[in-house]
Design a protein around this ligand. Structure first.
Ligand code: ADP
Ligand code: MG
Length: 262
């Protein structure tokens, strides 16, 4: 079961791709766990989850009592003693919601310390994601932000690949190159690029021409009015943008083939 982390600069389309891939794997009959690891959580909406269900997802980092119970320290503290391998095996089932064959977990924001901090919240989130990757027999789609360092080495090494989303523009491409370096530093084995919001051949050429040579492309998603409208209406991209779904299916097929042969 593939374990995929999606990253890239803000606004490039990580959540859009994460939602498309989650629905595609679920439709194919796989169990899917989608983890919203972006502090600006929005995956529930991209999946098309109704508001009342989305409201039931509690960010794990905000569960102070649970964090205290499991780590022995209160969130927001650092420097004291707490366990780095808290029990997390019950968390995915207890604190997620399910929608159309997709289980959604939300990690929430770690307020103290900044990236790479060692605090009770980061300990529990790292343990949780690592547990999901290593022990749950599901496809995992991790919707992240551009800061990959806080994943931690054990988690990063366990994912099958990072999909780095870019759009035609220098900023997201330079972010992609940085992510690739950080990812290599923390032990990620594969990085692939998905070009999003592509308006035509010139955009594809631009992306291809501005990528580091050792960062392979795995597919493109076209710029789509339907994707924009799905976001406006709170509809699943999967339902509202059939042409993007077709493109995302090809990305999934390429990804599965690359991972199977590696
Ligand atoms: N292929 C696309 N065509 C048009 N708009 C898109 C496309 N992909 C994403 N968007 C829009 O861009 C915005 C940011 O997308 P989102 O997936 O939330 O990015 P991220 O998660 O990287 O911040 C959203 O309004 C989304 O609807
Ligand atoms: Mg997002």
């Amino acid at each position: 079961m593939p374990k995929i982390a999606i990253t890239g600069k803000g606004g490039v389309g990580k959540t859009t791709l994460a939602a498309l891939m989650a629905h595609i794997y679920a439709e194919a009959g796989h169990k899917v766990i989608a983890i919203d690891a972006d502090p600006a959580a929005s995956l529930a909406y991209a999946l098309g989850m109704p508001d009342d269900l989305a409201a039931k997802v509690t960010p794990i980092a905000e569960m102070e009592d649970l964090i205290y119970e499991r780590t022995g320290a209160k969130p927001g503290t650092s420097g004291g003693f707490f366990t780095l391998n808290p029990r997390v095996d019950d968390i995915p089932d207890r604190f997620s919601v399910q929608y159309r064959g997709i289980r959604l977990l939300q990690l929430g924001t770690i307020s103290s310390g900044g990236s790479g901090c060692i605090c009770p919240e980061s300990a529990i989130l790292r343990a949780l994601v690592t547990y999901v990757i290593l022990y749950r027999d599901e496809v995992m789609i991790l919707d992240m932000d551009a800061g990959v360092e806080h994943l931690g080495r054990a988690t990063a090494k366990a994912v099958d690949a990072f999909l780095i989303v870019v759009e035609p523009g220098r900023r997201s491409l330079s972010t992609a190159a940085n992510i690739q370096k950080l990812a290599a530093d923390i032990g990620v084995t594969h990085c692939f690029v998905v070009g999003n919001k592509v308006r035509g051949p010139a955009d594809r050429d631009f992306i291809q021409g501005n990528l580091p040579p050792d960062l392979p492309m795995i597919g493109y998603l076209s710029a789509s009015q339907e994707a924009i409208e799905a976001d406006l209406r709170g509809q699943a991209v999967f339902d509202a943008a059939p042409s993007l779904v077709e493109e995302a299916r090809q990305i999934v097929a390429h990804f599965d083939a690359r991972i199977a042969t590696s």
